[in-house]
Design a protein around this ligand. Structure first.
Ligand code: IPE
Ligand code: IPE
Ligand code: MG
Length: 213
């Protein structure tokens, strides 16, 4: 394994975790937040420079409205509860994804997290929210087309590195390792461009049971 600079995680299995216990799916997401808090802390302690977690995909809009709004509420309460700890631990929060269509209270909470942690220099903790790899690539292609139209970019001399700079991850190296919990052996539209050379690790463990160990 190469040096671990950037670890990315597909936090999957919350629903099945809840189902096995006869609980509502949302209870699985609540339990998943506890795992997330532990993993952020551990990543920071281990000196990992970048941690990216998949919190809500562009496909997740197909879920029942109740689950979607529950997930957003959970994000808001996560920020309210953890922001002080994040700042104390020098963790810088980032968001990957299309924010314009997110509910206003979610965006307010995100703005607060970004603003409060903007000068932090430790772990860079990125939350992929309303994120889709294909949407990200398409967005970059549109930006590039606009730059060409303005005469600001030159298609002939445009490199992979230049294109990377048009992604949400412009300032973030590609993930060295992608972990998926919950056993599904697919990427589900996560970091499509950036995962070209990432090591993949799939575990059957559901996200709420995933621990630093
Ligand atoms: C992943 O858990 C969390 C999100 C997609 C937000 P799931 O909700 O997909 O859980 P399973 O896959 O149904 O068990
Ligand atoms: C991937 O999990 C997305 C997140 C963890 C946010 P899903 O449960 O949504 O993925 P699929 O639907 O099984 O591919
Ligand atoms: Mg799932």
């Amino acid at each position: 394994m190469r040096d671990l600079q950037h670890v990315a995680i597909i936090m999957d299995g919350n629903g099945r975790w809840a189902k096995e216990r006869g609980l509502n799916r949302l209870r699985g997401h609540y339990a998943g937040v506890e795992s997330l808090i532990e993993i952020v802390r551990t990543s920071s302690d281990l000196g990992i420079k970048y941690l990216t977690v998949y919190a809500f995909s562009t496909e997740n809009w197909k879920r029942p409205l109740e689950e979607i709004s529950g997930l957003f509420k959970l994000l808001i309460s996560f920020v309210a509860r953890e922001l002080e700890n994040l700042v104390q631990n020098n963790v810088k929060v980032g968001i990957l994804g299309e924010r314009s269509v997110l509910p206003e209270d979610v965006n307010r909470s995100i703005d607060k997290a970004l603003e409060s942690t903007k000068n932090c220099t430790g772990l860079s903790f990125n939350i992929a929210l309303n994120y889709g790899g294909r949407a990200e690539i398409l967005r970059a292609a549109k930006k590039f087309a606009a730059q060409c139209a303005q005469g600001e970019a030159d298609a002939e001399n445009f490199s992979e590195n230049d294109f990377s700079k048009l992604m949400y991850t412009a300032d973030i190296p590609d993930p060295d390792l992608i972990i998926r919990t919950g056993g599904e052996r697919r990427l589900s539209n996560f970091l499509t461009w950036q995962s070209a050379y990432s090591e993949l690790y799939v575990t059957d463990i559901y996200w709420p049971d995933f621990s630093p160990e």
